[in-house]
Design a protein around this ligand. Sequence first.
Ligand code: ATP
Length: 133
Amino acid sequence: MSVLHLEIMTPDRVAFEGDVSSVYLEGSEGRLGILPAHTPLIATLSFGKLRFDQTGKPREFLCGEGFLEISENRASVLVDSAEDKDDIDQDRAERALERARSRINSKEADIDLTRAEAALRRAMARLKFVKGE
Ligand code: ATP
């Protein structure tokens, strides 16, 4: 079976490293599917699910924004965050959701709405991911 080498790196750890048969992830212009022997590529990534198959065993991470580089059958994913289900603290995500909602609903002029909406989307995505949705 042909494989490619995948590394998922965040500022504080290597979240995964190993040979996989496919990778699907959230490119900033849409979902990307990577198979072995992919042509060299650099792409930006949006917050979203990264799924890969390791000898028939699919695994998923929820990844933050970042970059993908493919070169010589290695896919390097450099992202702000990468969590698998067990890494996610549900209470923390619920607090983040509440904080973002109250910022969005407050009528104060100095609210950075774009930032609050992005925080809301991250918290909602984490809560859905934990529930397997
Ligand atoms: P918070 O306001 O709770 O920090 P956030 O969406 O602003 O949430 P990020 O900027 O996406 O957080 O991530 C910062 C770091 O915190 C990353 O390492 C990320 O993996 C981690 N992190 C954020 N939320 C959670 C969570 N609910 N459970 C576990 N780790 C989390």
